[in-house]
Every structure is written in C-alpha cells, then in structure tokens.
Ligand binder design. Sequence first.
Ligand code: F6P
Length: 321
Amino acid sequence: MGKEKLAVLTSGGDSPGMNAAIRAVVRTSVAMGIDIYGIDHGYRGIYENEIHRMDRYSVADIIQRGGTILYTDRCDRMMDEDGPAEAAELLNQNGITGLIIIGGDGTFKGGLALKKCGIRIAAVPGTIDNDIACTDRTIGFDTAVNTALDAISRIRDTSSSHNRVNLVQVMGRNCGNLALYAGLAGGAEAICVPEIPYDADEIAHRVIIGKNKGKLHCIIVFAEGAGDMNMLNYELQKKTGIEVRSTVLGYTQRGGSPTASDRILASYMGSMAVRLLAEGDSGKAVCLDGREYTAVPLEEATNMSRILASDYYELARTLSV
Ligand code: F6P
C-alpha cells in the first residue's frame, strides 16, 4: 500500500468530547506522517464530497468545545440498499485508505456496512447514551451525567421549598445508563429506566414513606425510553395528593464543555483509532475495558446490548429511602 490517507467523520447525535477525539485523530496522524482529511456532516459528506484536508492547526483550540467542528447528520442514504457501496466507491475515488468514524450505534452500523464493502474502518464510540455495550464508557456520557446532575441539584432546591415531587426526564434512547448514573449521583428517590418497567403504585408508596419520614423534596429521574412521563406525573399526583412537576432536560445534555474524563477518553480513543489503521488492524471499535483500551470487531460491537448495572439500581433504591 502507498501513503496512508485517512479521513475522519462524526455522525449521529453529537456528544461532548467529539472535538477532543477529532483533535487526537488529526494530531496523531500528523505525528505519524499520515495525510488526514475531515468529512463534514457525517456519512452525508461522503456523498456530497465535503472532504477537506486537515492539519494540526485545523484542530487548535477545540479540546474544550462541545459539539463537533465536523458537524453531524443522521444519513438516510446509508440505509438504502446500495448506499454503503456507493459511499465506498466515492471514498475509493478520493483515495481514502481508511475511515475513522466517531458516533453511536447507528454510526457503527454504517461503519460495518462500509467494512463489508472493503473500506478499512476504525470506530470510536461517541454518544451521551453510553449504550455501546463493548465499552465501559462512550465519549460524552460523563459530561451528560454531570449536566443532568447539575440540573437535578437545582431542581432539588425548589422541590424542597415547595415540598413537591419533581420528575426529571433525561435522554438515553433505549438505555437507562444516563438516568441511572444521574439518579444515583443525585440521590434521586426513584429512577425509571427502560430496562425495568416501573410501577406507579410502588413509586407513590415510596413518595409517601419519604414524606412521612420528613423528606422535603422528592426527585424522580425518568429515562426518555422508560414510558410516558406525563402519565406518571398524573398518576402520582392522584395517588399521593402531592403536587408534581415535570422537567425535560432534552438537548442541554448534548452540549457543553467536556469533563476531564471525557477529554482523556476521547484523546486516547482518537489516537488509538489512527494507530490501529496504521498497523493494519481495521474493522474494529476502540473500547475501554476496565483500565485497558481494547479493539473489538465491529460485528461484535454492533451486536451486543448493554445490561443495566442492577447493583447500581438496587443501591440507588436502598440509599434513597
Ligand atoms: O443518541 C443520542 C440522543 O441524544 C438520544 O439520547 C436521543 O434519544 C436522540 O439522540 C435524539 O436524537 P435527535 O438529535 O435526532 O433528536
């Protein structure tokens, strides 16, 4: 093979730390004498030829910034039957010898489709959902947990003042990790996750017990995939006679400056993705396993589901009463 010419893109929902990962990809490539290109707007940028050369200055002053300087997109064309083959052909025409993809589950599935079309891929997990089961952490999760925690702490103040029940909805799609971590760290009275169906009677009972013990506030963290929060709001008010208020944190969790933990994770993973391709090891996702960084085949990475940490769930229940 001639000179390596790598490209990097971000795809799917953005997450804090994606820029730190892009920086690591670009600077590692430069340090190794590899030509590096950025593709704007995720996979869409391949079809629309938004491919541009990057150098160490293209990624100056971005380690602390949320969002992604390469922009992102959820690309329908990659889902078409001949979409991946067309994208692979365009990458080949541009002389791209390897592609680094940064994103979540959908991004990884796109990467696997391109792999099957002969493209050398390295995948970096970037999503606030932490729903990629082959890695302990995805880039952006820690920041999103802390953003949610900050909101929960503020809501707790007003919850105490008014002696209300406050429902707080967090993102996470079908995965309860974000809710679980924010709820455990925030001392929530209850946590509703998609993995475990909630029982409104049981939650109402816990609310009453808490009130009888003199608790002034009541925070219930509700994962967006756990069901209908408005329905729970209505039921709790009816069953407990206590005023209930709901807050949807929404996209606040997707933005903001990444935490130190996310920046370090992104820096290591971005750099490792380049090194994997340079060493001829392609078609894998960079993962964190305990203290060790590993490379897991994309077939495996796209075929595992995250199991909820039931010990954390039980701990949160024990500590909150
Ligand atoms: O996957 C990240 C995520 O923020 C999920 O938590 C959420 O369900 C989804 O993206 C929202 O997607 P969109 O940006 O397309 O509205």
